[in-house]
Design a protein around this ligand. Structure first.
Ligand SMILES: COc1ccc(S(=O)(=O)N2Cc3cc(C#N)ccc3N(Cc3cncn3C)C[C@H]2Cc2ccccc2)cc1
Ligand SMILES: [Zn+2]
Length: 323
């Protein structure tokens, strides 16, 4: 893949120090509006913030013991994790907990049978997954269950064939995927389905040219990517669309240099952080997806991120190859 770095310098720089300080400052703030809004998904925020720091080569500035002990306090007696201490468990937060522990090479402190039994217990008869005991079904939860169990080496606890069949039943005529069978194609769901099929070695179910065409059509003239036709571009789609394109080997169908420029234009160069669109308010979510998108585009100085596991490649290698 031809790296766009030679032009990135002329399009302005990635403000590495500013973004690292922004993430570290959000970590410290507890009672401002943003922290309160995010209180119910604080563990997701920890995953977004810490993965960003790792990609920037700054994760050593974090007290890992403090983070790991806080994450473990979010575990429910069922084995699942809540979004914060004392919150009800949900697949959305359980994957983030596993990913944060993986960043610090601490998945070994988990009772792996307990966590994987919680996840496996959410698989339905038709192979789909519910997010929690209340039963909402969504292909997002298929991805989260498969990604979590793969990271824990316990994919054998679920019926992978039925899980794959269910995901394929959510494929649309446009080559994309929706949250349930017949639901409209959306970039977020496409990432989840493509990522889950990649992890289970089932990419042969995808029409790469048809899906690649739908995905590359997400690029608008500003260089940004949107999530559905006619929608505005948004930095977080630099992850949902781009990682899917990379997994199906069609990333050369978009203009990488223009996407790099779009992401760099969404930075707050003074205070740090990245927003969804230029001049909007920054947040941890879009800072993560912007840096992760630049990592997928091989921006110089960033660690490589795995497009399916959404973790730095060195972390994935350590988990699967022990090095
Ligand atoms: C500020 O209003 C919001 C609105 C919703 C949410 S949310 O439901 O918790 N959530 C996570 C999220 C976190 C932040 C941050 N910090 C900002 C936004 C954002 N969105 C909203 C969004 C992002 N791009 C466009 N849109 C509309 C996604 C959403 C769903 C999601 C959750 C987990 C993983 C992926 C996606 C939080 C804040
Ligand atoms: Zn967004």
């Amino acid at each position: 893949m031809s790296s766009p770095f030679r032009k990135a310098t002329s399009m302005g720089e990635l403000e590495v120090e500013k973004h690292a300080n922004y993430i570290l400052s959000v970590e410290k703030k507890k009672d401002d509006f943003e922290s309160v809004v995010m209180e119910h998904l604080r563990i997701n925020g920890a995953y977004w913030g810490l993965t960003t720091l790792d990609l920037l080569g700054k994760i050593d500035e974090v007290n890992s013991e403090e983070v790991v002990s806080w994450v473990m306090k979010c575990q429910h007696e069922s084995g699942g994790f809540g979004g914060n201490i004392g919150h009800d468990p949900h697949l959305l937060y359980t994957l983030s907990a596993i990913q944060v522990l993986a960043l610090f090479d601490k998945t070994n402190i988990l009772d792996i049978d307990k966590v994987s039994n919680y996840i496996a217990g959410l698989q339905n008869e038709d192979g789909s997954f519910s997010g929690d005991m209340w039963g909402e079904v969504d292909t997002r939860f298929s991805y989260i269950a498969i990604c979590s169990l793969a990271l824990l080496h316990h994919l054998n606890k679920i019926n992978v064939d039925k899980a794959v069949k269910y995901i394929v039943s959510c494929k649309n005529l446009d080559g994309g995927f929706g949250c349930t069978p017949g639901a409209e194609s959306h970039a977020g769901q496409i990432f989840c389905c493509v990522g889950a099929l990649a992890i289970t070695g089932s990419l042969h179910h995808i029409d790469k040219n048809l899906l690649g065409w739908w995905l590359c059509e997400r690029q608008v003239k500003s260089g940004g990517l949107n999530g559905r036709p006619e929608k505005l571009p948004d930095v977080c789609y630099s992850w949902w669309v781009l990682s899917s394109l990379i997994i199906i080997d069609r990333v050369h169908w978009i203009d990488k240099e223009k996407l790099v420029k779009y992401i760099l234009d969404c930075q707050d160069k003074e205070k740090g952080g990245i927003s969804d669109r230029p001049d909007d308010a920054v947040d941890v979510f879009h800072t993560y997806f912007g840096v992760a998108g630049l990592s997928l585009l091989e921006y110089p100085g960033l660690k490589a991120i795995d497009p399916a596991y959404a973790l730095p490649v060195d972390v994935v290698n350590r988990i699967f190859f022990g090095r």
